[in-house]
Design a protein around this ligand. Structure first.
Ligand code: ZN
Ligand code: FE
Length: 253
């Protein structure tokens, strides 16, 4: 058993801290300071750092954390990240001391080429791959790679809690409604999220079931998503092309 603490960082990042009351693991510590504050407040010792990809807002705090705590650092082998002691390519099973659970490492190229996600104990830590209501930008990978990565995550059990790394939900759902205005569950979710944000509440974690029902990037085969994307990109025929066109539409939205 373990608890998950949400640590807001920068403008809209979330750093996730898992702990069992004594040991802690942290996911994507872009900034060390708020993590050190929580470790001190909760009297926890940091034993594990999990990094999903090389962007500074996800790993910029690693070296400062290592100056205070002797932690092992898991992260993508294919990316240049200082401090990694356990390089990963995807497909590994890792044990996280702070939660006495095994996690699966999932290769999810697209946002970056080495991007990995961590899945275990009903929780998914997916960095900038899957967002609540959206997905990461294609900075390094192709639309085909990202579509396949998202399909891999969408195949996880419905009840899986999705811990993404940013509070982007409200803007994502605004776009989702432009794509799929007739989706009832999406309309309801957008209203709930707007209310949550109005009172300053977080909208993450989500679940795989919620994402499959409302996230247009997991719904490229739905007739309304297909039709509205093809209205803007008539040349997009197969599923990957539709996904790519949808991603480009979002970039310009
Ligand atoms: Zn990123
Ligand atoms: Fe990020």
């Amino acid at each position: 058993m373990f608890d998950v603490i949400r640590i807001p960082a920068f403008k809209d990042n979330y750093i996730w801290l898992l702990h069992n009351g004594a040991a802690a693991a942290v996911v994507d510590p872009g900034d060390a300071r708020p993590v050190l504050d929580v470790l001190r407040r909760e009297r926890l010792s940091l034993t594990t750092i999990l990094v999903t990809h090389h962007h500074a807002d996800h790993q910029g705090g690693v070296s400062d954390l290592l100056a205070h705590h002797a932690a092992e650092v898991f992260g993508p082998a294919a990316e240049s990240i200082a401090g990694i002691t356990r390089p990963l390519r995807g497909g590994e099973t890792i044990r996280i001391a702070a939660c006495d659970d095994d996690f699966q490492v999932v290769a999810v190229p697209g946002h970056t080429l080495g991007h990995v996600a961590y899945y275990g104990a009903g929780c998914l830590f997916c960095g900038d791959t899957l967002f609540a209501g959206g997905c990461g930008r294609l900075f390094e990978g192709s639309a085909a790679q990202m579509a396949e990565s998202l399909a891999r995550l969408a195949a996880l059990p419905d009840e899986t809690a999705v811990y993404c790394a940013h509070e982007y939900t409200q803007a994502n759902l605004r776009f989702a409604l432009a794509v799929e205005p007739g989706n009832r569950r999406l309309q309801n979710r957008a209203a709930e999220v707007a209310a949550a944000r109005a009172r300053g509440a977080a909208t993450v974690p989500s679940t795989i079931a919620i994402e499959k029902a409302t996230n247009p990037f997991l719904r490229c085969r739905e007739p309304e998503v297909l039709a509205s994307t093809q209205r803007r990109a008539p040349e997009a025929r197969d599923e990957v092309a539709v996904f790519g066109a949808l991603r480009e539409w979002k970039n310009a939205f």
